[in-house]
Design a protein around this ligand. Structure first.
Ligand SMILES: Nc1ncnc2c1ncn2[C@@H]1O[C@H](COP(=O)(O)OP(=O)(O)OP(=O)(O)O)[C@@H](O)[C@H]1O
Length: 332
């Protein structure tokens, strides 16, 4: 394992109150995989990634990264890992190339090696044209790619990325995903935090889901979704009828589970297409009008929902995103 954490915890004390940001988590990340750490705002993602990247000391627990036991071997570990925080870490008053050279020098490379490695990294990420630009003049997507270059310039074995695509449009996000996949092909282990379900699903070999400082599920995205199995049918029935509908549908023999959803209910069944006519008939008998019906395969959000009781997709929630997963909707 390239990253191992056992019972890692961290509290913060602020103005007389204590926040248990990370509550005794275990992590095992294999060499050469993209490992996603998925959770909503405030779940403990940044605190965890900063502890693994030697930037914050845990209160308790055992941590080893790239074969270095922390905190004992922090200095050695720092040469073997790269870290890209949410702020990106660029010096805005310095051209992109100089930023990289400085970063390489800080990581112990000599002057010539630092220049060579900086140019090589810019070329690998398609950033050669930006070498003389100041970071503040770049687009959001370009800045993220420069931040990635800074994390990579000393050729780390393990790269930590804290919300690498936060706020980027889908096209810029897709470019970064390709670059992160290319790192995996080259043997780099990538540990990234995200609150985008789609990102965890599409990019990561394995994920851990964190909620209120605890890991509630972990495994490959497909494996986690198989644990849910079947389809999810979303029925919009208006808030007034939600509870009555839940009670009625729970009793149907082919229904595995019913949960509250925005403006309606979400029903878990083996085969959604087969179930929809019976669900609509059942509601019709109750005198409930169905405004719309959505059919999806179980998603990582369903995994999140199962383990936490809330959805990352609820309106206004951290992970809410539109059109992230393929779904078909019918208006009844
Ligand atoms: N330096 C600090 N002082 C006090 N509380 C902190 C500090 N850092 C984090 N916290 C608290 O710890 C909890 C976890 O925060 P953390 O930043 O790790 O979450 P996160 O999952 O990364 O969230 P986000 O997606 O918003 O970045 C939150 O309640 C946060 O307010």
């Amino acid at each position: 394992m390239v990253i191992e954490a056992e019972k890692m915890s961290r509290k913060f004390r602020q103005r007389g109150t204590t926040v248990e940001a990370v509550r005794g988590i275990d992590l095992h990340v294999r060499k050469g995989e993209i490992f996603g750490f998925l959770g909503p705002n405030g779940a403990g993602k940044t605190t965890t990634v900063r502890m693994l990247a030697t930037l914050l000391a845990p209160d308790s627990g055992q941590v080893s990264v790239a074969g270095c036991a922390l905190p004992k071997e922090t200095r050695r570990a720092r040469h073997l890992i790269g870290y890209v925080g949410q702020a990106g870490g660029t010096d805005d008053g310095m051209p992109v190339l100089d930023n990289l050279v400085l970063q390489a020098r800080l990581n112990g490379l000599g002057r010539t090696a630092a220049h060579e490695q900086s140019r090589r990294t810019l070329a690998a990420l398609g950033l050669v044209d930006l070498a003389d630009r100041l970071p503040r003049s770049l687009s959001g997507g370009q800045r993220r790619r420069v931040a990635l270059a800074l994390g990579l310039v000393h050729q780390p074995q393990v790269l930590f990325l804290d919300e690498p695509t936060l706020g980027l449009d889908p096209a810029a996000r897709a470019v970064l995903w390709e670059q992160i996949r290319a790192l995996r092909e080259a043997g780099t282990t990538v540990f990234l935090t995200t609150h985008y379900l789609e990102e965890a699903d599409a990019l990561c070999d394995r994920v851990a889901i964190i909620h209120q400082g605890r890991i509630v599920a972990s495994g490959g995205p497909a494996e986690l979704k198989r644990g849910i199995s079947g389809d999810a049918v979303t029925l919009s029935v208006g808030e007034r009828d939600g509870e009555r509908v839940m009670a009625a549908l729970e009793h149907l023999p082919f229904v595995r589970e019913v949960r509250e959803a925005p403006a309606g209910v979400r029903v878990y069944v083996e085969n959604g297409a087969d179930a929809i006519p019976s669900l609509v008939r059942g509601l019709d008998e109750l005198g409930v009008t169905v405004q719309s019906i959505g059919l999806e395969s179980a998603s990582l959000d369903d995994v999140f929902l199962k383990h936490t009781g809330s959805s990352l997709r609820m309106p206004g929630a951290a992970g809410a995103e539109s059109g992230a997963e393929t779904s078909s909707s019918y208006v009844a």
